[in-house]
Design a protein around this ligand. Sequence first.
Ligand code: DGL
Length: 281
Amino acid sequence: MTDTSPLGCVVSDGVAAQPVLMFDSGIGGLTVLREARVLMPGRRFVYVADDAAFPYGAWEEPALKDHILSLFAGLLERYRPSISVIACNTASTLVIDALRQAFPGHPFVGTVPAIKPAAERTRSGIVSVLATPGTVRRQYTRDLIETWARKCHVRLVGSDRLAGLAEAYMRDGFVDEEAVRAEIAPCFIERDGASTDIVVLACTHYPFLVNRMRKTAPWPVDWIDPAEAIARRAVSLLDGLEAGRAHEALPGERNDVAVFTSGKAGFATRRLMQGFGLTVT
Ligand code: DGL
């Protein structure tokens, strides 16, 4: 059975017909989308940027939670995705459990600070978590440290500016390197003759700036970007859900779309999305 969806895409009973919904407050989730597309070339994606509410990092928790829950009710109804990937640490650390409770039939993949792999990999025992002020404040983040990194010294660094700098960089191609240097500086600490050797990029926007971070860092460190791990988690979840069901043939055209909640994506944004193979609806 086939039908035409409001997106103008062919919808059928096959498993590839249902898109994967990728969600962020802005363009940061594209760092996860690019990995997901490599691992799932036959999937359709709907990328949702809640730009009307950007930046999430500055929101009060109860208001942001209500906002995301009500937004998702509409998104699930409209796009009927197979799974949703919350490609945003600031959202996941606040609302992933509430989303699973509110929409029990729908699978969600979350994005939370990669504190466990950092604790496993560090040699110096000093790790920094670079995130939005919201993610740094979350109990979820504190619990991750308590559970996985008790033996490490973990510094939480909340940045007010980096997500916005990454947005501007991706749209305009320019970033103020001195601003990047200032934002990452608190990540670098020395104690008892040891120094930070890992910085966890705990905001999906930050991998876009990692080359500038490398350039302006006071010494070399490992920068952990969890995008590939998140994409792999989505693949294994989908494989489990679809075991035994027939796959659709690859569509000739992908028809992947990007949705901006403000409804006001400008020329630079549309061009950026086009570069990622997305058409702004
Ligand atoms: N990309 C988001 C994250 O991973 C947050 C950016 C923001 O809205 O402040 O945390």
